[in-house]
Design a protein around this ligand. Sequence first.
Ligand SMILES: [Zn+2]
Length: 247
Amino acid sequence: MPFRVSRTHHPARGHDPLVVRLTSGFRRFQQRWYHDEPVFDRLRLGQNPHALVIACSDSRVDPVLLTDSSPGDLFVVRNVANIVPPYVSGTTPRGVCSALEYAVKHLKVKDIIVLGHACCGGIHALVAGETRGGDDEFIDQWVALAGKALERARAECPESGEAELARVCELWSVRLSLTNLMTFPWVKSRAEAGLLALHGWYFDLQSGELLEYDQEKEGFSVLVGHPARHERPAPGHPSARGHGPGR
Ligand SMILES: [Zn+2]
């Protein structure tokens, strides 16, 4: 019988260090969310997340962890470089678009947050382009969707080296994803009716700051400042240099 759940433990797997670490974590998760605080008593009936977050797959930028959120709080879609492709009608299966559609039409989220971040490998791949080499099959095509962000960054910082260019491109890619969100007719109509708010955030993992894209100023401003032990901006930080979309 397929998919029957066996209650027999597998001792060999139980000694794998990674499995031990992860299953220990899962036990703490059970304790926290099923025992001490029975959140899943409510969640097993359904989900009603506060927001959709579109974030990078990068292991350092988990939106739930970064915002100290709980199970059921955030509907999350993650991909390389937190890219939202522009709307294209058709029948090709699209992961980002289907998550977006489910969050907006079915879960009826009222907020969408595009969460970019510093030191993004996907954006660095885009900036490095053909000089990167290698035999990757999919990455270049995917990050090419953020090509307009690179164009804007190059126009803004024609003299910059690759690292600085990548940093500015990371900011522009957040703005580009916000722009592309508005190409989805059912996002645009809800946003224009005031039923849906779009946010562009950027986690600077070098300084610990959280930046927010300001539509009116067409630039980024600090949403959450440096942690107390980091009072000064890191070298090359956008808030220190005035870089960013629209500047
Ligand atoms: Zn990334």
